[in-house]
Design a protein around this ligand. Structure first.
Ligand code: ZN
Length: 298
């Protein structure tokens, strides 16, 4: 066998949901709704490609002025899929969105490095760069990879029962792949958020500057809609330029280049896990992570 490739792994992948992201329009607002309810919107590639399609559709529709990212089910998102029947880590894609090759038949650390570059890092950057205002509507759990989806939006509105957590240091990682923590929080709080790995309440992340607004759960839909409708009255180009201006300043402050560097650290950690623990995510799965995370209340 060549050391350049490994045989494709024949795995049974059972998608429990044909439409993992729903797309609805209300006036000038497009609603993108995460819909892997059974697994708390844990992110497999099926869902992330569907979400990319939905962002692309809303971006290209001249009648849409604002995009809302929200979720069906108990939680906004439990993070990346590390253990459902629909976990499609081993599946390559013909409809890749970045200038990259498929990961599924690659050996060693290359496999996860290539895959995560597309579905986590570059996807998040594409969605951050959508030229229309985006609002994340967060309820209950927004964990690890869930943070990435909320963070790429321009505004975050949460219900009072929401909580936020990046518990992946226990898995050996310096945070999730989209390393925006020191931009979403100040550096000292980012260190606390990561090193303790605790759940932070909506009120706490509001006070820390990570989100824009907290409302009672039964007012969440209306609060987001009210903001989206107000924003939708603004001129399209001015909003696109405003986003580009803010995002560009963040990148001048080091967001993009810092994230590139930490992506390398993150994959050194994946490789180290494989060497030391025999598994690139240190033997954790959805169940063991959920149990461990629940114990981490601040
Ligand atoms: Zn990773």
């Amino acid at each position: 066998m060549s050391n350049e490739t490994v045989p494709k792994v024949d795995v049974d992948i059972v998608y429990e949901e044909e439409r993992p992201v729903l797309y609805d329009v209300d006036g000038k607002i497009a609603y993108l709704t995460l819909n892997r309810v059974k697994y708390h919107n844990s992110q497999n590639a099926q869902m992330l490609y569907a979400l990319d399609d939905a962002f692309f559709k809303a971006t290209g529709d001249d009648d849409i002025k604002v995009i809302v990212l929200r979720a069906n089910g108990k939680h906004f998102s439990a993070g990346h899929d590390i253990g459902t029947p629909g976990r499609d880590f081993e599946r390559g894609r013909e409809d890749r969105r970045s200038m990259n090759y498929n990961h599924d038949n690659k050996p060693g650390a290359e496999k996860a490095y290539v895959r995560e570059q597309e579905v986590y890092l570059e996807f998040c950057r594409r969605w951050r760069a959508v030229p229309k205002p985006t609002i994340a509507q967060v309820h209950k759990g927004c964990i690890a990879g869930g943070l990435m989806l909320a963070w790429v939006c321009d505004l975050i509105v949460a219900s009072d029962d929401a909580f936020f957590q990046d518990p992946v240091v226990q898995m050996g990682f310096p945070g999730v792949e989209y390393f925006a923590h020191p931009f979403e929080l100040n550096v000292r709080r980012a260190k606390e958020f990561l090193l303790l790995g605790e759940r932070w309440s909506a009120q706490r992340v509001l006070a820390a500057g990570m989100i824009n607004k907290v409302v009672p759960r039964d007012e969440l839909d209306a609060a987001v809609k009210a903001w989206a409708e107000k924003i939708a009255t603004q001129p399209r180009l001015a909003m696109a330029l405003t986003k580009q201006a803010c995002n560009h300043i963040e990148d001048l402050q080091g967001k993009r280049s810092g994230m590139d560097m930490v992506y390398g650290y993150h994959h050194f950690a994946h490789a180290n896990n494989t060497i030391v623990k025999g598994d690139y995510i240190a033997g954790f799965d959805g169940k063991s992570m959920a149990k461990s995370n629940k114990d981490k209340q601040s």
